[in-house]
Write a protein that binds this ligand. Sequence first.
Ligand SMILES: NC(=O)c1ccc[n+]([C@@H]2O[C@H](COP(=O)([O-])OP(=O)(O)OC[C@H]3O[C@@H](n4cnc5c(N)ncnc54)[C@H](O)[C@@H]3O)[C@@H](O)[C@H]2O)c1
Length: 393
Amino acid sequence: MSKKFGFGVLGCGSIAHIAHFPSIAKTEGAELVACCDVSEEQASKAADQWGAKHWFTDHNEMYEKCDGLDAVIIATPNNVHRNQAIGAAKRGLHVVVEKPLAITNTEAWDIVNACREHKVKLMVGCDRRFWTHNQWAKKLIEDGVIGEVLMSRASLHEHWHNYQNHVAHTDFRLDCSVAGGAAISDTGAHAIDLLTWLNGQKVKRVVGVAQRAAMPESYTQCDDLAWAMLEFENGSTAVVHCNRFSHAVSQSTDLWGTEGTIHTATDATNPFQSVPMAVFTNKDYNEEDLPQILKDYRWPQVFWVEDRIHRPLQKRWIPIVPPRSPNNYERMCEHFMGCLMRDEEPLVSGDDGARAIEVMCGVFKSMETGGWVDLPLKEEVVPPHYKPLPKEE
Ligand SMILES: NC(=O)c1ccc[n+]([C@@H]2O[C@H](COP(=O)([O-])OP(=O)(O)OC[C@H]3O[C@@H](n4cnc5c(N)ncnc54)[C@H](O)[C@@H]3O)[C@@H](O)[C@H]2O)c1
């Protein structure tokens, strides 16, 4: 049997256990070789639970001593992403970095440049792109089903307590000197990435607000309310809004085009619909001409009578229920391995991750200037209360 592809996981906390360990276990040809965590207990327990031969408490030691590693997944607190990713790249290891790629724009581009210099693949863990309905939304937009997208919106609202009290293994998120932000960089990281990808555009300029509005400073200094307005290079505009105080979790994305609208909602309940995706198109389709995704997955299927009466089809919201398996993280892991085998650029590239950090830092900058901020930024922007670690040489 050919050699398996060896993964090391850094940070054996909540997302490693929810997403990365199970995905590696389910992906054919992938093998978990090593677990690394500053907590000896977390590292050894994870190795035991998920069948890794080795465990470490220091990433450099893992990089130097561990045989059989091809890639690492970095699922540690945000402030250590830069040094851990660059260290891996220098040793020729391919890298997946959890979102946010980093905290400052300089940190983010340092990671991208190191991976480029050492010719290793870099992917950012923005799993929203791997949800089937978001991939279908992307395809329908590219196929022109909703015309030219002129406006869009993405959101993720979720109370601190939901994740912090029930899922997270540590409280790094509450410490702004380590996490560097919350509504904008934790939940916002997903919304910004999804929106820019679905639009297929780079952000030209940004204006926004990221502030602590709900929780006392004794709980956290991080922002818990964020708005960002983005203008893309093609002139279309978008809004991202996120918070960390809504007890009801809601997450949704809308794209308004000249010929229709698409709504998707990912991993949270949302009050607007009961399906993960809905499409309205103003185009004249007969049943047999419908884009394949709409034909196969719209609900209810009305081919029996309505589709025969209405030619072209009646214009209405079309609810779509995509298959749920394999899940987003399994698809992401399989995709990354495929990129390595075929020498292709991962779907969420390092450049994408760094541009998302530019947007977040642009919001903090616009809080200072009170106006639009052009991207890319001309200097490093360090979010309030964040204390960057020195770059390891
Ligand atoms: N894609 C997603 O939806 C998603 C969800 C959750 C977390 N994340 C990201 O994953 C990362 C980790 O978040 P989490 O919720 O799993 O955190 P967590 O607190 O649950 O776990 C973090 C783990 O990292 C360990 N750690 C801390 N410093 C370390 C270091 N220097 N080297 C090795 N291990 C170290 C801790 O001991 C802990 O076990 C963050 O960047 C976060 O934004 C992404």
